[in-house]
Write a protein that binds this ligand. Structure first.
Ligand SMILES: [Zn+2]
Length: 387
C-alpha cells in the first residue's frame, strides 16, 4: 500500500512527540512511551528504532535488577551524532556555534564588522563562517540537522526576510535566500535554514535546551544596543500578526523623554539601550564598558538609572503577559551587577506596592551566547513542531 502524505505527516508528528517526551523525561522506556502517548507498543518500538538509527535517541545501559528478568531499557537524547548550527547576526559582530541536541556547544567562531558595511558583504562574511562550521560537522562524522539565524530586527518567518533592523539600517533584506545562495556556491545544498528575530530565538533557547521545566509563558528580554523581547507561550513563539511582537524597546516609558533611534521620544531603548546609556555620558559603548570596569562613578550611576527603567519595563510586561518566568540576557547584563540589581529592586518595589509576588527573574544560562545558541534551538524547534 502506498504511503500517503497524511500518513507521513502523522508519522513525523509521532516521532517528534516521542523525542519531546524523552527529552523532558530522560530514562523513559518504550512501554512508558506507549502508555504516555497512547500509541501501540509495536508502533513505539518501530519509531524508537528509527530514531535510534537516525541519531536522535540512544539507549542507556541496561540496569539489572538482581531479580528475575531485566528492567526496561531507558532511553535518552543522543548528544553525539546530530548537530545544530546557530548564528547571531549582531550589531557589528557575528557569532556561529555548533551544538549537540542536548545543548552542548561543540565549537564556535566569532567575527566583527563595521555597521556601515552593506548587507550583502555582511551576509557574505556570515556565509563563510557558516560554511566552515558545516564542513567541520562533516569532518567530525556527525550529521547536520539545519542552520538557524538570529537577526536584530523583525522577520517575515515564511520567507526569511529581515523586514527592518533599525540599528543596522537594513530594510527588506532576503537573509535566507542570500545565505542559501552563498552556501550553494560552496557546494553545501539541502541544509534547512531558518531565520528569526534575535530575542525570539534566545527565548526558544531557554525552552528547547532547558534541563528542567521552565515557566510558561517565558519572557526573554534582550538587553544590548537594542532592547527587545521574545515570548514563548505553550511551547510556541508569540510573533504577532506581522512578526513585530516583542519590540518592547519602543514601549514609551515617558511622553517627553529622551529621543529614541526610532524617531519617537521616551522609549525604553532611549533610557537603557547600551548606546543610549553611553551617549548620555558622552562616550561610546566600548568606553562605557572600560569606565564601568574601572569603577567610574558616573558610568555606574548611568547603569543604575538605566536598570531602574528596565525594572519599570519588566513591571509593565509582567502585568501585560503574566509570565511564569522572566529571563534577562544580552551584552548589558555582563556589565557587573549594577544594572540588573537596580532593575530587580525596582521591579520588586512596584510589585510589593501592589502586594503581589513577582515571577522568578533569572539571567540567561548561555550568557553572551544566548542568541547564537537560541538560533540553534530554532532549528530544533522547527523540526520538533512539524505543524
Ligand atoms: Zn524607540
Amino acid at each position: 500500500m502506498a504511503i500517503t502524505g497524511d500518513q507521513r505527516l502523522l508519522k513525523r508528528i509521532n516521532r517528534m512527540a516521542l523525542v519531546r517526551l524523552v527529552r523532558s523525561q530522560p530514562g523513559l522506556s518504550r512501554a512508558e512511551l506507549s502508555s504516555l502517548t497512547g500509541l501501540t507498543k509495536s508502533t513505539v518500538s518501530l519509531l524508537v528504532q528509527e530514531l535510534i538509527d537516525d541519531g536522535w535517541l540512544c539507549e542507556d545501559s541496561i540496569l539489572v535488577t538482581g531479580a528475575i528478568g531485566r528492567r526496561p531499557t531507558p532511553l535518552r537524547l543522543d548528544g553525539q551524532r546530530l548537530v545544530l548550527i546557530g548564528a547571531e547576526l549582531g550589531i557589528g559582530s557575528m557569532c556561529v556555534v555548533r551544538m549537540s541536541l542536548d545543548g552542548c556547544i561543540l565549537g564556535q567562531e566569532y567575527a566583527e564588522f563595521s555597521v556601515q558595511t552593506d548587507a550583502d558583504s555582511v551576509l557574505g562574511m556570515l556565509a563563510d563562517l557558516l560554511g566552515r562550521q558545516v564542513e567541520l560537522v562533516g569532518t567530525e562524522n556527525r550529521h547536520l540537522l539545519g542552520i538557524g539565524i538570529g537577526v536584530p530586527g523583525s522577520v517575515r518567518e515564511d520567507v526569511g526576510i529581515l523586514v527592518v533592523a533599525p540599528n543596522l539600517g537594513w530594510r527588506n533584506v532576503p537573509v535566507k535566500l542570500t545565505l542559501e545562495t552563498a552556501l550553494l556556491k560552496r557546494g553545501l545544498v539541502d541544509i534547512p535554514l531558518f531565520v528569526q528575530n534575535d530575542c525570539d530565538v534566545a527565548a526558544l533557547g531557554e525552552v528547547e535546551f532547558a534541563n528542567s521545566a521552565v515557566g510558561d509563558p517565558l519572557l526573554y528580554l534582550g538587553l544590548g544596543v537594542g532592547v527587545g523581547a521574545g515570548v514563548v507561550v505553550g511551547g510556541r513563539l508569540l510573533l504577532g500578526a506581522t512578526g513585530f511582537a516583542g519590540e518592547v524597546g519602543h514601549i514609551q516609558l515617558q511622553a517627553d523623554g529622551p529621543r529614541c533611534s526610532c524617531g519617537r521620544s521616551g522609549c525604553a531603548e532611549a533610557y537603557f539601550g547600551l548606546r543610549s546609556m553611553a551617549q548620555s555620558i558622552h562616550c561610546d559603548v566600548e568606553e562605557l564598558q572600560t569606565k564601568v570596569k574601572a569603577g567610574d562613578s558616573a558610568a555606574i550611576e548611568v547603569l543604575r538609572a538605566g536598570g531602574k527603567h528596565l525594572g519599570m519595563l519588566m513591571h509593565n510586561l509582567w502585568v501585560t503577559l503574566d509570565p511564569g518566568a522572566i529571563v534577562l540576557g544580552g551584552q548589558t547584563c555582563s556589565l557587573g551587577n549594577y544594572f540588573v540589581d537596580s532593575a530587580r529592586s525596582t521591579f520588586n518595589e512596584l510589585a510589593h506596592a501592589a502586594n503581589l509576588e513577582v515571577p522568578p527573574v533569572t539571567e540567561s544560562r548561555f550568557g553572551s551566547q544566548a542568541v547564537a545558541t537560541g538560533a540553534a534551538a530554532l532549528v530544533l524547534h522547527e523540526l520538533l513542531l512539524p505543524i
